[in-house]
Ligand binder design. Structure first.
Ligand code: NAG
Ligand code: NAG
Ligand code: NAG
Ligand code: NAG
Length: 553
């Protein structure tokens, strides 16, 4: 009897000490380390990891429908964007989901905090040893070889079987995000001396005003904003902006500047030598093109997961900036499909609240950020996400042609959205069997639009230099949207929000169709431009006057 009680007691203690021993099932895994990373060895057991657990939302399908209802011009509620609270109603997990996950945390003595107001992300910090046990993981240190930056990741992790319907993903685990700046320096361009004389010495704000019909008069609406994302220690320099404006926008007060917001320990030091090419480009081609539209530079530190954290930051605002432009991108396959999808859904949430999310499409043609060893085309991220607008690049002005580096293609993660189905299917029928087997013809296709991206004149550390990349194109297109929003708000109308249903349904004249050039990569010629949409320059470059009409001004 006694023996038996003792035995029972031991058993009970055993159960109490190990209530974690639920059935664990592999939730996500990666077969290979992404190229560009090297494995160092096991992460030190005592190193503390901050883990974020993403919970399934109660109704993302409902939010997707709501997004299209407010973003499709033919819809009776076009432009009636949702409030933050309305979006959160769709995004929040069910009580069942939240409770099931919190119970599991509790049984492991874990206290989690909400990352988002909707509660679809919970986070907590534990040592690597505990994280390995909790998720049957093997957290390992990897080095990103080109930058030397280290990251702790696991190639596999598990969650309790009973939580499979509740936990969407855990990060950082199997994804290897490495934001790259798609920008590079080029020699002073020798543009053909052609249609737009103001472009003969390089791409400047005056050139873009002539080429795209962008207004030079100052915007008037102070509630209108363009957010410029800054990552990877890229700092935007105010003195360089002043020099830029004196040189290229002498009609604007040279004191015009951007405001600064920071997160994850981001900073914006103003030592001239700290000026970043990317950050200067992005601020100079928003402040200098979207005349008078307030610009906010958001400097995101390396302390977190930048692409997520900036969306969480904007989603936490009651009135987020109406436009966000980001000239950074990643390789789609470096991010797990679950992680990519949940981040893409953050762009859905921003769109539903009336934010236009724009990204540069990338600078490696169809080769993504890989070298030419690719055996199939490499989609970039987040251009494959259907709820954002991907911007490719053009070069030259007489006429504009595709920049050969302009990334474009088809996602392996997201299927083709309705708004582009007809445009893409026309392209595919023209393409025939070219490139067959090298890309996923049922995927979301990008870019959506394009703008100048070669020989763009900027000021860095006091000197003028020329740069190239879709990094130029995204802020330029964002400026066009910012100016349209200014006019819309002044007319008492809604800002444009998620752009794509509008862009694909606008008359062809809203864009200058780019029909020459291609985007080689992976030892192929890549895709060729064509009449109408193509996976090099999208629908084409903006025609401001026609876009004004298209948006009802
Ligand atoms: C949780 O904390 C209690 C009290 O400190 C302890 O007895 C128990 O073993 C802990 N459980 C786990 C799973 O760490
Ligand atoms: C265009 O070319 C002509 C002849 O070469 C030259 O005289 C003129 O200055 C050029 N214009 C510009 C704007 O470069
Ligand atoms: C910035 O310019 C100064 C003056 O020309 C130069 O001494 C310095 O090396 C430059 N810094 C960088 C990082 O280019
Ligand atoms: C191609 O795209 C579709 C739609 O997103 C997807 O379901 C499929 O898995 C993709 N195929 C490959 C080989 O990645």
């Amino acid at each position: 009897m006694l023996a038996s009680t003792a035995c029972f007691a031991i058993l009970l203690t055993g159960v109490l000490a190990n209530p974690v021993r639920r059935d664990l099932v592999v939730h996500e895994f990666r077969e290979n380390i992404p190229s560009g990373f090297a494995k160092e060895g096991p992460a030190a057991p005592e190193t503390v990891l901050k883990l974020h657990v993403g919970l399934f939302s109660n109704n993302m399908a409902g939010l997707e429908k709501a997004l299209y209802d407010v973003s499709t011009p033919a819809s009776p509620i076009y432009g009636q964007h949702l409030s933050k609270a309305e979006v959160d109603e769709y995004v929040k997990p069910t009580d069942d989901t939240t409770n099931a996950v919190l119970d599991w945390f509790k049984s492991n003595n874990i206290t989690a905090t909400k990352d988002t107001p909707a509660g679809d992300w919970l986070s907590f910090s534990v040592p690597v040893s505990q994280a390995n046990e909790l998720f049957k993981a093997d957290f390992t240190t990897f080095t990103h070889t080109s930058t030397g930056k280290q990251a702790i990741r696991t190639l596999s992790y598990s969650i309790p079987k009973t939580l499979q319907d509740h936990i969407e993903l855990v990060r950082p685990t199997v994804s290897f995000p490495t934001p790259q700046t798609p920008v590079f320096q080029v020699p002073a361009p020798k543009h053909a001396n052609v249609t737009a004389d103001s472009c003969s010495g390089g791409i400047t704000p005056a050139c873009l005003q002539t080429l795209y019909g962008i207004p030079t008069t100052s915007a008037s609406q102070s509630s209108n904003k363009i957010a410029v994302s800054g990552f990877v220690d890229q700092y935007a320099n105010q003195a360089d902006l002043t020099t830029f404006l004196q040189e290229f926008r002498s009609d604007l007060p040279s004191s015009t500047t951007f405001t600064l917001e920071t997160l994850d320990g981001g900073t914006n030091p103003q030592d001239p030598g700290d000026a970043g090419v990317e950050a200067n480009l992005d601020t100079q081609y928003t402040v200098g093109v979207a005349s008078g539209v307030p610009v906010v530079f958001i400097s995101v530190g390396d302390g977190g997961d930048g692409f997520y954290d900036i969306t969480t930051y904007l989603l936490g605002m009651d009135s987020p900036p109406q436009v966000m432009t980001t000239s950074y991108g990643e390789t789609e396959s470096d991010i797990s499909i679950a992680e990519a999808n949940k981040l893409c859904n953050n762009y859905m949430q921003l769109g539903a609240q009336g934010v236009s999310v724009l990204f540069a499409s990338g600078d490696s043609g169809v080769g993504g950020s890989n070298d030419d060893s690719c055996t199939s085309f490499v989609p970039t991220f987040p251009s494959g996400c259907p709820y954002m607008t991907s911007v490719g690049a053009t070069t030259g002005t007489g006429p504009e042609t595709a920049a050969s580096f302009s990334s474009g293609g088809f996602s392996n993660y997201w299927g083709i959205p309705d708004y582009q189905a007809s445009a893409v299917s026309s392209y595919l029928s023209t393409l025939g069997s070219t490139d067959s087997g090298l890309f996923n013809s049922s995927g979301r296709a990008y870019p959506d639009v394009a703008a100048q991206g070669n020989g763009v004149e900027i000021v860095v550390n006091g000197t003028t230099q020329y740069v190239a990349g879709t990094s130029c194109s995204s802020p330029i297109f964002a400026s066009v949207i910012g100016l349209l929003n200014d006019e819309l708000i002044a007319a008492g109308k809604s800002p444009l929000g998620f752009l794509n249903p509008l862009l694909y349904s606008a008359t062809a004249s809203a864009f200058t169709d780019i029909t020459s050039g291609d985007n080689p990569g992976c030892n192929t010629n890549g895709f060729s431009t064509a009449s109408g949409w193509d996976p090099v320059t999208g629908l084409g470059t903006p025609n401001y006057a026609a876009l004004r009409t298209a948006v009802g001004l």
